[in-house]
Design a protein around this ligand. Structure first.
Ligand code: 2P0
Length: 324
């Protein structure tokens, strides 16, 4: 096959990945856990073409050059190395929904690219090896190969650092977009700065290992309350470590904190809901399915709300329905 098309969805971490032990192999400082979402998909086709002078990349119909193209090429080089086929490729990709939804498009992007590229270059990878490959593009993409709740094992080496499914009670997430602007400092740069300058970096790593072990227990016990508490604490600890960088980095805005306050107010009214936030100002509420609508209504004053549930893992799709 010389062409393949794949779709993957972003994920939202309940125990965050924030730091690399090995930036070359993309081995993380700690394991992490997330839910793959059922909205905001990325669909990507990869077409091998020996007549191209080099790889080409189109995103939402527009040609992309510079660093973003180099990152795609470096990723395709890994696939070419494994397949022994050296041909360049045309990569066409489309992000669904609002691009600045505050959701990690690099996770869905590299998960879809890993599957489409591996097929187009004739590789047949099982989910574990696909997850290891996606990891080399972007850490969070490791988890977007997997449907629903996923744990990414930190691992010891390239072999052992992959994501797999975890049994857990069904939850909903209510994404509250308070600021749709593109963030100024990338996760990659902020992670690096945290490792180099934040005095809380080591404490972050230690507490996250404990949080992940506790979260896996809570998932197994179907204990929503414990899952929510761990997720909120872990997110705020990540932001605390980031705030302590030199020079400082602050992703949370006054509006973000207002959403965390509104979430706490809902809890005081008896609705069990918890908050999390990634490397940006937007906040995500975590609720039981039966409470999701009430939470969405209560948070609608603070920003644009979207309710999301557990979504599928990376999958091959028909080029004709992909509308690239
Ligand atoms: C996560 N984030 O666990 C954490 C929480 C953002 C905050 O993974 O350098 O875009 O490509 O591995 O995957 C964002 O980091 O960074 C991220 P790279 P990535 O979802």
């Amino acid at each position: 096959m010389t062409k393949a098309t794949a779709r993957a969805y972003p994920n939202m971490a309940l125990v965050k990945y924030w730091g690399k032990r090995d930036p070359e192999l993309m081995l993380p400082l700690t394991g992490s856990l997330s839910m793959t979402l059922d909205r905001f998909a990325t669909t990507t086709s990869v077409t091998r073409d020996p007549d191209l002078g080099g790889d080409a990349f189109q995103l939402n119909g527009e040609p992309v050059t510079g660093d973003a193209l180099r990152r795609v090429t470096r990723f395709l080089d890994l696939v070419r190395e494994r397949s022994g086929i050296r041909e360049p490729a045309l990569v066409r990709s489309r992000n669904d929904g609002p691009t600045a939804a505050g959701l990690a498009s690099s996770a869905s992007g590299f998960a879809a690219l890993a599957l489409a590229a591996s097929k187009a270059y004739g590789l047949s990878l099982d989910p574990r090896d696909l997850s290891r490959l996606a990891r080399r593009g972007s850490g969070s993409a490791t988890r977007s190969i997997v449907p629903g709740m996923a744990v990414w094992h930190a691992g010891e080496d390239d072999e052992s650092s992959f994501a797999e499914p975890v049994g857990a009670p069904e939850i909903r997430m209510i994404v509250v977009v308070v600021d749709a602007a593109r963030k100024e400092i990338s996760s990659r740069e902020a992670m690096r700065r945290t490792a180099l300058t934040s005095p809380y970096h080591r404490a972050w790593a230690e507490s996250t290992e404990q949080s992940l072990a506790a979260m896996l227990e809570a998932c197994r016990d179907e204990d929503f309350t414990r899952m929510g508490r761990i997720a909120e604490t872990n997110a705020l600890r990540m932001h605390a470590a980031i705030l302590a960088c030199d020079p400082p980095i602050r992703y949370l805005e006054p509006k973000s904190l207002e959403v965390f306050d509104a979430i706490r107010a809902l809890r005081e009214q008896g609705v069990e809901v918890y908050g999390t936030a990634d490397a940006g100002a937007n906040v995500v509420a975590i609720a039981r399915p039966e409470d999701a609508r009430r939470v969405a209504e209560a948070l609608a004053d603070h920003g644009t709300v979207t309710e999301v549930g557990p979504g599928p893992g990376a999958e091959l799709v028909d080029e004709a329905e992909a509308d690239l």
